[in-house]
Write a new protein. Sequence first.
Length: 112
Amino acid sequence: MKYTKMGEFEELVLLVVGALDGEAYGVSIRKMLKQHTGRNPSIGALHSALNRLEEKGLIDSDEYGATAERGGRRKRFFKINPAGKNVLRRAFELRSELIYSIPGMNLTNLNS
């Protein structure tokens, strides 16, 4: 698989989709992003990122039952797939390699 370009926001969304493990939909993703990063993206911006990740083949989605409380709309759930996990693994490895190439940098002093 070739390298997949991904911006910081897309990477964060992909991480959250993976962490939510099948329970990822617009509101739950937005809530977790806000909780962990302080960011509160619009639903439109979030869905644009989710659509890009799906087009890149990194996540899959399924729609489930329409409800009256949602105005008859179905809820779309997202799940990270093996390609998405591989992209995150490569991003982690690259960042780790670069962090450890900084003189004097190690896990015990990352905050200094």
